[in-house]
Design a binder for this molecule. Structure first.
Ligand code: UDX
Length: 451
């Protein structure tokens, strides 16, 4: 089938590459000329395991092409995906200007029937808005053409996006048009061979499904972080509690890891956006607000632990943080918001680094993938040294803080830590290590929800 994708960001690129990989004839369009030029040469602007290979293979086979020419993309396909960004507005609601602009472009250029597929994560009601803008633009053109707007949310995890796309748990299609449904079934037929994964529903339920999935996952994390904070106070260990409750299949072992908060491009944005939608519809979203509030607090927790250890929490609590950690240098392991990505969006490490700098401390950091991205965000600074290895980050540091659970951090040489760190302090934001082992090496250890 001939398919076009507008937007070569994370979602658009993975979608385009994977649809090409199963044999569709795909054009990816973007307004960013430099990005398109790079993609034509196989330069992938994001780090995503397996993606480069899929892009290069399909480009060389001729079934994946890149363009900045919207007309070429619109005329190429009957199925056109909108996969452009929906950044949060000031009030947390999703900014739809890019989605609407693509809808308008499609309507200005289309010569025949199109299925317009909303792949971007968009608030409930967006498909109706896209329908309206296409109708209005067609009317302005004085051109009559049929079209359907379908909601088809993605459930891709960064770091596993290609695998998730190729072997989806489910494929949600929101449409009330049987014609569009059949076309979408054909698009996804290669992914639907072994058992039925396609769930067809009305457009608004499909739009809400995406938010409900992410908000449920974010809720599990904030819930566990709340349990961890209670565990600390009552003398329990959240890691035991996690195993104890995860064994109940109704709860399950996934997404119940306490830590220094969730980040990324989805959870924070989607929780806020759904809360905002709820408010717009006159409903006060108590749970969503709490999920967000707990996460905000959790991201500030590492700094609190550090301040408490150094006996300066009294000041920090009153907001008198300036220079309270002057002279200290913190080794940071892990900058990305989670392992297997270079994505720093909403990463807990950023909140910590910014607080440490405000407190007059220096940071020397190591991350297997996110160093360039960190450099891009923070530039050159005396207070941030990016180190080539995790060992180098320890040299001359006062303490070590772990923000991301990369595999390489899972083994730790306590002897080396003890010898390298001036203050022999280990703050474990992902509960990778055992307090007992650290203490045996004279290291002060603090984890999340452990005693
Ligand atoms: C998420 C959803 O998982 C995916 O289905 C959706 O399409 C997009 O949003 P992603 O943002 O890639 O994917 O990250 P995910 O792996 O879900 O992790 C999100 C954050 O939660 C990370 O910061 C991670 O460290 C944190 N997390 C996850 C926890 O703190 N505890 C857990 O138990 C699981």
């Amino acid at each position: 089938m001939k398919i076009s994708i507008f937007g070569t960001g994370y979602v658009g690129l993975v979608t385009g590459a994977c649809l090409a990989d199963v044999g569709h004839d795909v054009i990816c369009a973007d307004v960013n000329q430099a990005k398109i030029d790079g993609l034509k040469q196989g330069i992938i602007p994001i780090y995503e395991p397996g993606l480069e290979n899929v892009v290069k293979t399909n480009v060389s086979q001729g079934n994946l092409r890149f363009t900045t020419n919207a007309e070429e993309a619109v005329n190429h396909a009957e199925v056109i995906y909108i996969a452009v960004g929906t950044p949060p507005d000031e009030d947390g609601s999703a900014d739809l200007q890019y989605v609407m602009a693509v809808g308008k472009t499609i309507a200005q250029l289309m010569q025949s029937y199109k299925v317009v597929v909303n792949k971007s994560t968009v608030p409930v009601g967006t498909a109706d808005k896209v329908t309206a803008v296409i109708q209005q633009t067609l009317a302005e053109r004085g051109f009559a053409a049929e079209f359907d707007v379908v909601s088809n949310p993605e459930f891709l995890k960064e770091g596993a996006a290609v695998a998730d796309f190729m072997r989806p748990d489910r494929i949600v299609i929101g449409t009330s048009s049987k014609f569009a449904e059949d076309i979408m079934r054909e698009v996804y037929a290669p992914f639907n061979r072994n058992h039925e994964k396609i769930i067809v529903m009305d457009v608004r339920s499909s739009e809400l499904t995406k938010y409900a999935a992410n908000c449920m996952l974010a809720t599990k994390i904030s819930f566990m972080n709340e349990m961890a904070n209670i565990a600390e106070r009552v003398g329990a260990d959240i890691e035991n509690v996690r195993k104890g409750i995860g064994s109940d299949p109704r709860i399950g072992y996934h997404f119940i890891y306490a830590g220094c908060g969730y980040g990324g491009s989805c959870f924070p944005k989607d929780v806020q956006a759904l809360a905002q939608t709820a408010r717009q519809f006159g409903y006060v979203p108590e749970i969503l607000d709490a999920v967000e509030a707990v996460n905000y607090r959790q991201k500030h927790k590492l700094f609190e632990m550090i301040c408490k250890h150094y006996g300066v929490w009294d000041k920090a609590e009153k907001g008198e943080t300036k220079d309270i950690l002057k002279g200290k240098t913190f080794a940071l392991w892990g900058l990305a918001f989670k392992p297997n990505t270079d994505d720093m969006r909403e990463a807990p490490s950023r909140v910590l680094m910014e607080q440490l700098w405000e407190a007059g401390a220096k940071v020397q950091a190591y991350d297997p993938e996110a160093m360039e991205e960190t450099q891009r965000i923070y530039g050159q600074s005396e207070d941030l040294r990016l180190c080539g290895t995790k060992e180098e980050a320890l040299k001359g540091a006062s303490a070590l803080v772990v923000c991301t659970e990369w595999k390489t951090f899972k083994t730790i040489d306590y002897k080396q830590i003890s010898q390298s760190l001036e203050d022999k302090l280990l703050i474990d934001g992902r509960n990778l290590y055992r307090k007992k082992s650290a203490n045996e090496h004279n290291i002060s250890y603090y984890g999340i929800g452990v005693n």
